[in-house]
Design a protein around this ligand. Structure first.
Ligand code: THU
Length: 129
């Protein structure tokens, strides 16, 4: 299996999801091929919940990474789980039109471009003019 997909599936094992029971893993690949993984981390206040995708991105960004190739998202669903709207917006800021691969525990995959999941995105180009 592609190491990026494996990293997303493995990261899912660390999910802290006692409230929803819905475990997600994500793995982001840098321009140099380094992988940063994350899982969802819920909170008793609910609204403080961190999504797997944003956590993986924040780990990479905080380590100085700025160029990304692909992101994989793993969940245990037959209908493959896509990133939520907030994660799409967050990823767009740093990753632009990145390849996004969804995977489940049976190894079923689907590939998308982020632009296709986030049409007409708002970004920094509207602020700096
Ligand atoms: N979740 C993610 O981490 N990523 C997604 O792509 C979808 C949703 C998490 C947030 C929450 O902990 C749980 O899944 C249920 O929404």
């Amino acid at each position: 299996m592609d190491p990026l997909l494996r990293a997303a599936i493995e990261a899912r094992e660390n999910a802290y999801a006692p409230f929803s029971g819905f475990r997600v893993g994500a793995a982001l690949e840098t321009g140099e091929g380094k992988i940063f993984a994350g899982c969802n981390i819920e909170n008793a206040t609910y609204s403080l919940t961190l999504c797997a995708e944003r956590l993986a991105a924040a780990k990479a960004i905080s380590e100085g990474e700025r160029r990304f190739r692909r992101i994989a998202v793993a969940a245990d669903t037959e209908n493959l789980t896509p990133p939520c709207g907030s994660c799409r917006q967050f990823l767009w800021e740093f990753c632009g039109d990145i390849e996004l691969i969804l995977v489940n525990l049976q190894g079923k995959t689907e590939s998308y471009q982020l632009r296709d999941l986030l049409p007409r995105p708002f970004d920094v180009s509207f602020i700096r003019h």
